[in-house]
Structures are given as structure tokens and as C-alpha cells.
Design a protein around this ligand. Structure first.
Ligand SMILES: [Ca+2]
Ligand SMILES: [Ca+2]
Ligand SMILES: [Ca+2]
Length: 294
């Protein structure tokens, strides 16, 4: 009896010990695989979008990144009556909203002289729309691409509005996690990248009129806000409803083309860390926070 118990014990050991060793080996392999996947993800993002990585790293330190610290955030008041989109900022709704500057250099050697460019913006909202009033001083208007809005729209003078409806931040190239609208000076074309990375028109998303007074241009804009479920192949997309306390990611920028008929300056409303500051079109983590209040 004792002998047979010993034999059974030996057999169990023979089965269990190799099994445990195998399990342990697979467990190590599995960890190694996970590690190498994570490493490869980090390496990929480092090589493809070095500034994205930098911005994410920097955003962990509020002191090093004033955008992450909230310096460029905006609180938008509710509009009892929606502004009339006519390129004039004399609507009662705009009186409640604060001007904020568009003065962070994203491209170009240095901030241009205020007579060459200066910019500021306001935002208000209703349940159905966001409204922007953007005042731009620009001493040279270049619209050589106004009839070819799908070709390098950023190389004409254009206002660019960035919006991340749920504020989830992160990459949005080839997704609708966020939108980057390029608005032509002609007042008719809104270009953005679609899910295939191609420039497409989204003219029904924004309604805008540009007023002019000398070198000062008043862009008055009505925006439908779409979320990440937006389907570019559907005509039934419904903009989200806006409400008191809602937070979104956002930025406002101006592409300033001058005598060269291409973009000489790209100036945004938020500070972007790192050397490559032209990342807002693909990385919503550089956006500031927009808060709607009643
Ligand atoms: Ca107006
Ligand atoms: Ca998002
Ligand atoms: Ca210009």
C-alpha cells in the first residue's frame, strides 16, 4: 500500500513538475512578448512622431508645459441669442466672452510684427452650436488656392479650428477622435483630412463670414460639433448637443501666407512643447481645454 502511494506520488511529481516548469517558461515568454510589444509601440511612436512623444512626456509636468497647466484653456459663456453670422462682432452674445490671443509660434522664424499679423478669438455656445469670433490683422492676403481647396489648403491664408469633442486627447490622424478644419479665405471651403488621410471638404460643418476693415479681418463662425462616431460616408451624421459644464479639447490657429504664396507663419492659441510644433493636425494632446458655462 505504502509502495503504491509512493508510486502515485512519484507519478504526480513527474507530471506536475514539468507542467509547472512549462507554465513558468510560457509565463516568462508571454511577459517578454508583452514587453517587446510595448517597446515596439514606444519605438514606433518615437520614430514616427518624435514630438508627439515629447509632448506626452512634457504634459506629465505641468510646470514644463503651460498648456497642460491650463494657461491656454478657455471658458465659453452661453449665448442667450446666437450671434448673426455676418463678419461683425457687434452681437450681444460676444459682449460676455473674453478675448484670448493667438500668439504662439508653431511655424516660422519668429512672431511677425503686429502690423504683419496679430490674432485673438472669443467663443460662445448654444445647445446646438459653437460660435467663434476671430479677429486677425494680416497685411498681405494670399488666396492663390481658393479655387483648388483640396490642394495644400494650409498654404493660403486660412483660419484653422481644432476640436476634440470628448477631450480624449491623443492621436487622430485617420480617425475622427478630433477634427482640424482649414477654412479658406474665400469664405466657402472647409478642408480637413478624412479617414484615408486625404483632404476632403466638410463645408456643412462650419458656416462663416469674414468681415474686413482695413487689414483687420473678423471671422465669425458657427460650428456643428461632431463626435468620434462621425461617418464620412454617411449623410446622416448628427452634431452633438452642448450643455453647461461640457469640456472639449480645442485650439485656434492662423496660417499666414504672404508674398511667397505659401505659409510663412503658423500661429496658434496654445503653446506646443518640443522642436516640431506642427503637430496639432494629428495630435490632440497638444490642445487646451474648452469649458462651456451658463
Ligand atoms: Ca455678427
Ligand atoms: Ca476625442
Ligand atoms: Ca497673409
Amino acid at each position: 500500500m505504502k509502495k503504491s502511494r509512493k508510486n502515485i506520488f512519484k507519478r504526480i511529481c513527474c507530471i506536475l513538475i514539468p507542467a509547472l516548469l512549462l507554465t513558468s517558461l510560457f509565463s516568462c515568454k508571454s511577459n517578454t512578448d508583452t514587453d517587446s510589444t510595448q517597446q515596439s509601440t514606444i519605438n514606433t511612436s518615437a520614430s514616427d512622431t518624435s514630438d508627439t512623444t515629447t509632448s506626452v512626456l512634457n504634459s506629465t509636468s505641468d510646470d514644463a508645459n503651460p498648456t497642460a497647466a491650463g494657461l491656454y484653456d478657455y471658458t465659453a459663456p452661453f449665448a442667450d441669442a446666437a450671434p448673426v453670422i455676418d463678419g461683425k462682432g457687434d452681437d450681444a452674445a460676444w459682449e460676455k466672452a473674453e478675448w484670448k490671443p493667438i500668439d504662439q509660434l508653431w511655424l516660422g522664424d519668429k512672431l511677425p510684427d503686429p502690423s504683419v499679423y496679430s490674432g485673438r478669438y472669443k467663443i460662445v455656445w448654444t445647445e446646438d452650436r459653437l460660435y467663434y469670433l476671430v479677429e486677425i490683422v494680416d497685411n498681405y492676403i494670399s488666396t492663390t488656392r481658393k479655387d483648388t481647396p483640396l490642394v495644400e489648403p494650409y498654404n493660403d491664408d486660412c483660419l484653422e479650428l481644432f476640436i476634440d469633442e470628448d477631450g480624449t486627447s491623443g492621436d487622430y490622424l485617420n480617425t475622427y477622435n478630433a477634427f482640424a478644419y482649414h477654412m479658406s479665405f474665400g469664405g466657402t471651403n472647409v478642408a480637413a483630412l478624412n479617414s484615408q488621410g486625404q483632404v476632403q471638404l466638410y463645408n456643412d460643418h462650419l458656416h462663416y463670414v469674414v468681415g474686413k476693415d482695413g487689414d483687420t479681418y473678423m471671422w465669425e463662425v458657427e460650428m456643428k460639433v461632431f463626435d468620434k462616431t462621425y461617418d464620412e460616408n454617411s449623410t446622416n451624421n448628427v452634431p452633438v448637443k452642448l450643455y453647461d459644464g461640457k469640456k472639449m479639447g480645442f485650439a485656434v490657429a492662423y496660417c499666414d501666407a504672404n508674398e511667397t504664396n505659401s505659409r510663412e507663419y503658423f500661429i496658434g492659441s496654445v503653446f506646443i512643447p518640443g522642436d516640431d510644433k506642427n503637430v496639432a493636425y494629428k495630435d490632440a494632446s497638444v490642445f487646451a481645454k474648452l469649458t462651456l458655462v451658463k
